[in-house]
Write a protein that binds this ligand. Structure first.
Ligand code: NDP
Ligand code: 2IT
Length: 445
């Protein structure tokens, strides 16, 4: 590593102790930026790396709420505005019991580069809470969201910071958050949150955008090998928002998706997943995936199983961070997998990435491959700002254009820095370039 890059990484680790996910995200990016540091002396002269690695602001707050029995609970809320040089802070909210400050910082850091790659006007942010919505009634979730918004409302705004969904935060939660925000500020400001239901200011195509976008990106990667996803056997981990719409688009393109998962186990359906059943279980009934096999008797359910044991030609990790290890990557390679596109944020461990890249597997990192979600959030902001709505087809066409453009950016920078086909390098450098010019232009920021 370049001595400057090494120094910055050491500072980040010292300044942010006990935040391994944040360290992991920073280390990957800094590693990719090493050749840029060598080529562009102004990066060190202006100390841009250290500045990029320090969040602009971090809010941590108590969220008290009452359950259906009248008991009081306390959770911790977070909002990290990491970088606003390219636009208002933008990024999702995650509600999951594992959420800590370091989780939010890793996600917000990734979001800076992802949002830059989209070329839309969005800075990087993330927020959330260690609240666990699983098993909670609608009323409990509503009261939590209302309480969460009382503090969050002080930090957000359509030109300041625009949250959206992530794990555990979907249209239901965004609805409660939006309703509370409106009551608090006495203004109907559709642009303050994205991922809203289409019936009150959301964008058509936002729900589908991350999953569809990931598959569009994967299709672009396949094209570089004069191949396509048609007829390919695929595996998609998770069964939430991103996974469901990745499966839907893969099936539409003629691929066969044979397995998906939730945190309890995996389903393997060798004839191809029945997505209607999965949507009903997950989107309507909020049930567990284990129930799938009651309706599809030829499918198997394995409690706690490892989805990467299922042989496939293309794999789409769409659940959570570090869900695909070095050993999993080796299994995928052994079973003939030729492509991995990350729908989730940082789902592949550093060891996993090394194994895949060394084996010649096309590897699309999350900050490029899953940028479709935030891209359509950006399009939702555009529609809200002009108080108009676009058709599904118009949004989808723009999404396809954005994903194609991000793919082109990755290919361009990987080539420029002598690592053709290295999408990790391409995405990190491509994202960095817009940020670095803007930060230099803004002076003391
Ligand atoms: P959802 O809450 O809709 O779904 C998450 C899925 O992943 C569920 O099937 C869940 O299983 C599983 N999962 C979550 N945490 C774990 C865990 N610790 N171990 C095992 N399985 C887990 O979230 P999304 O689909 O929105 O998000 C999935 C990933 O995609 C995340 O990494 C997110 O950051 C990323 N992402 C999301 C975007 C979006 O627009 N929503 C945009 C870009 C990236 P269970 O239900 O059992 O918990
Ligand atoms: O990780 C992500 O890009 C998201 N969760 C979506 C963020 C957004 O603002 O739509």
């Amino acid at each position: 590593m370049h001595p400057y890059t090494e120094r910055v990484l050491a500072v980040v680790k010292e300044r942010n102790p006990d935040e391994p996910l944040f360290h992991q995200a920073v280390e990957e990016v800094l590693h990719s930026l090493d050749p840029v540091v060598a080529k562009m002396p102004e990066v060190e002269e202006l100390n841009l790396l250290e500045r990029i690695c320090e969040p602009e602001r971090q809010a941590i707050f108590r969220v008290s709420w009452q359950d259906d029995k009248g008991r009081m609970h306390v959770n911790r809320g977070f909002r990290v505005g990491f970088n606003s040089v390219l636009g208002p802070y933008k990024g999702g909210l995650r509600f999951h019991p594992t959420v800590q400050l370091g989780t939010i910082k890793f996600l917000a850091f990734e979001q800076i580069f992802k949002n830059s790659l989209t070329t839309l006007m969005m800075g990087g942010a993330k927020g959330g809470s260690d609240f666990n919505p699983k098993g909670r009634s609608d009323g409990e979730v509503m009261r939590f969201c209302q309480s969460f918004m009382i503090e969050l409302s002080r930090h957000i705004g359509d030109h300041t910071d625009v949250p959206a969904g992530d794990i555990g935060v979907g249209a239901r939660e965004i609805g409660y958050l939006f309703g509370q925000y409106k009551r608090l500020v006495n203004r109907y400001e559709p642009g303050v949150l994205t991922g809203k239901d289409v019936r009150y200011g959301g964008s058509l195509g936002r729900k589908e955008a991350t999953g569809y976008g990931c598959v569009y990106f994967a299709e672009e990667m396949m094209k570089t090998k004069q191949d396509s996803l048609e007829g390919k056997t695929c595996v998609v981990s998770g069964s939430g928002n991103v996974a469901i719409y990745a499966i839907e688009k893969l099936q539409a393109l003629g691929a066969k998706v044979v397995a998906c998962s939730d945190s309890d186990g995996i389903i393997h359906d060798p004839e191809g997943l029945d997505l209607d059943i999965i949507k009903d279980l997950k989107e309507v009934r909020r049930a567990r995936l284990a129930e799938y096999v009651k309706l599809r008797t030829k499918a198997q359910y394995k409690a706690g199983g490892n989805i990467w044991e299922v042989a496939c030609q293309a794999a789409f990790p769409c659940a959570t961070q570090n869900e695909l290890s070095g050993a999993d990557a080796a299994l995928l390679v052994k079973n003939g997998c030729k492509l991995v596109a990350e729908g989730a944020n940082m789902p592949t461990t550093p060891e996993g990435i090394t194994v895949l890249q060394k084996s010649g597997v096309l590897f699309g990192p999350g900050k490029a491959a899953n940028a479709g979600g935030v891209s359509v959030s950006g399009l939702e902001m555009q529609q809200n700002a002009s108080w108009t709505n676009w058709s599904f087809e118009e949004v989808d066409k723009k999404l396809q254009g954005i994903m194609k453009n991000i793919h082109g950016t990755c290919v361009h920078y990987a080539g420029e820095y002598g690592q053709p086909g290295d999408y990790v390098l391409g995405a990190n450098v491509g994202g960095f370039m817009r940020i670095v010019y803007a930060m230099a232009a803004h002076g003391l920021v």
